[in-house]
Structure formats: structure tokens, C-alpha cells
Design a binder for this molecule. Sequence first.
Ligand code: CA
Length: 282
Amino acid sequence: MNHKFRFNKESMDRIKRFMTGEEPPQTPEPPQEEEQPSQVEVVREGGLCAALLTDIGCVRVSNQDALVKGEMLFGVADGMGGHNGGETASAGARDGLVSLLEGKQPSVDALRTAFKAVNHRLYLQQQEDESLSGMGTTLSVVWLSENYVYIGHVGDSRVYLLRDGEFRQVTDDHSLVAELERLGQLTHEQALHHPMKNVITRAVGTEETIDTDLMVEERRKGDTWLICSDGLTGMVSDKSIEAIISANEVEKAAELLVEAARKGGGRDNISVALVREEEAAE
Ligand code: CA
């Protein structure tokens, strides 16, 4: 290879300054964005201990995830679309749901109505503001009464349950690849690595009406619920997630899950909400 070396203007200037003993002009360092370590929020109430943590990840310039925390209400929203759209959608879903459910007795109906109202609000907002056009968000939450856990879910964030040593995904992903997998047209392995795995088929705020998955489970001592965005599940296997949750207190587990997702590439925002039913104090 034939490398031709040419002095550009900058190197010529540098040589001139060297010859004349002149001090080089100070080029100011670009301000280093101080990376604040994400803080776990810990909640103890009603016989449970919860830990919530969201992290921007290693690649994205903003965090469009939002943690949902209300009265015995825990979850995540993962926003998408546009410049500010993603953040507006996830924050709007969080704030809307928390305020709509405040003071209410947990029930499937209350949850369905609130999801509907939140969807409608976001939908109108983007109809009115062109800059928000195309925005939407996932929304997955658990809401606990004295004896039951009510689950509301739209999108590809997930709810998992660790019970009696068995770890399982409670929600279905509303994503193209998951739908194809359920139809038997993709294997689980193919779905995991599919180039269109980010395409979601249901979101809050994108359509005038919404179809919310709603479930009820009994509350049991020792159960651990995990609600998380795909920034975790896209980077860390279910097996590793289970191992971390099984072996740690929720606060530590939340940190370790985020750390594992960052080590796995951290290509997306990472959000986790862990809710553990405390064993009865004997
Ligand atoms: Ca995401």
C-alpha cells in the first residue's frame, strides 16, 4: 500500500508552534456527562418488599422507560416513537395509571377501565400534537389487594413469577415474533434472534381502542414478581434472571439484573420492578 503523508493545516500549525516555542492553544475537553449510577427505590408495605430500578443502558441517549409505582401498584412502561414521543408516552401512562387507581380497591374492572382511560388520553394527545405522532408505550403492572394480584399488560414488557422454585413468564408478549411463535411459525430460538423482534403488535396510546390482557393470581408468601422491560429480557436469559432473583434480596437482585443487562450489551433502556411477598415473621 502506498501511504502518502500530507501535513494538514492543524499539523502544520503544531509544527510552527513547536519551532517557535509557543504554547499550544488549550482545546477545552468536551464536558464529560457525569454518569449517575441509577438508584434502586425500595418499598416495604402490606407484607411485601419491592425494589425498582431503571437504567439508560449503554447505548441509548435517553431513557424512555418509566417505572410505575402507586399504592400496592408496581410496573414498567417502555415508550417508543418520535423525538419526545417515547418519554411522553411512558411517563403519561405511568402518571395516568397511578392517579386513576389511587384510592381504588384493586379489581380487574378497575384495571381495565384505567388502561382504557390512559390509552385514550395518550391517543388524543398525539392526535393534537404532531410532534408526538406515532408515540406509544408498553404498560405492564401488578396491583395487589389483600389476597390477590391483579395483572394488567399491553406490549412486550413482561411479568414473571417465581413461586416454589419455579420461574415462569406470566404474560404473553404482544410482539410480532411472539405471535408467530404462538402460531408455530417460528421456534423459540428463531424468535429470540429474529431481526423483527422489536416490532410490537399492541401498545398503549397508538389506537383509539385498546385490548388489555388482565389476569388474577393468589398472593402467596415467598412469591417474587418481576416486571421488566425488554432491555432486560433482550440481554439476559430467563435462566440467568431466575438465578439472580432466587439468590438475592430484591434490592440487590434489581442491581444485579441491570448490571447483567449492561454486561450483555445494554443496547436498550433497562427497567425492573421486583416485588417479594415476605415470609410470615414467626
Ligand atoms: Ca425497550
